[in-house]
Design a protein around this ligand. Sequence first.
Ligand SMILES: [Zn+2]
Length: 234
Amino acid sequence: MDERIKQLLKLQQKHSVLIAAEAELARFPAALASFAAQKAEAQGIFETEKAELAAMNSKRSQMRLERRALEDRRNKCKVRLAEVRKNDEYALLSSEVDRLSSQISDMEDAELQLLMDIDKKTELVGIAKSEYESRLAEISKKEAECAAIKPSLEQAVNLAKAEFEDAKSLADPAFAAAYFSLYSGGKKLPIVVPLEGGICGGCFLKNSSTTSDLIRNAASGPVFCEQCGRILYV
Ligand SMILES: [Zn+2]
């Protein structure tokens, strides 16, 4: 095999290692952001439970105030009941006392029901809290593991970069220039591919015998696939 192709294949191999290492490092900020999102989601679930409990407690206070106001009204009615002399007025007040008593009793039932619901909710909030804490610990653990990997990823990138630069400096300038021109033009690796039976190893399309002959005769510069423009070798 042409020595210049050998150098170029080595450059391509080091380049692909570098691309992979850089891609892995580039995923890092996204990984960290995903941990933050997971934490926020876990916290959100817990906060929702807490907010629901707080709303129930405040409803309970409100109901108690309303009930006490009704009790006050009933007491006043009772006081007046002891004072009235007229029968019709007595009957009116008496029915008002009954009406208030029934309203108060309904409210007491509703308060009792709410109190039981609050008990259940308090239990749920406790469960949500411990679930949140264990989820948080789990996410933080993964986050720390991920953060611990970062220096080794950076190291891998640095090493790959050094080896890539090394291979680049050893490659034939004309071949390297052709390679990087294809790469910066958007061609994905592999850019240097074998030509087997006239078929390009990159696009798998047929090339004419002229191309094969050019390669076999060790052309002065790189030989390109007629279809996809990749650099060919045999
Ligand atoms: Zn091709």
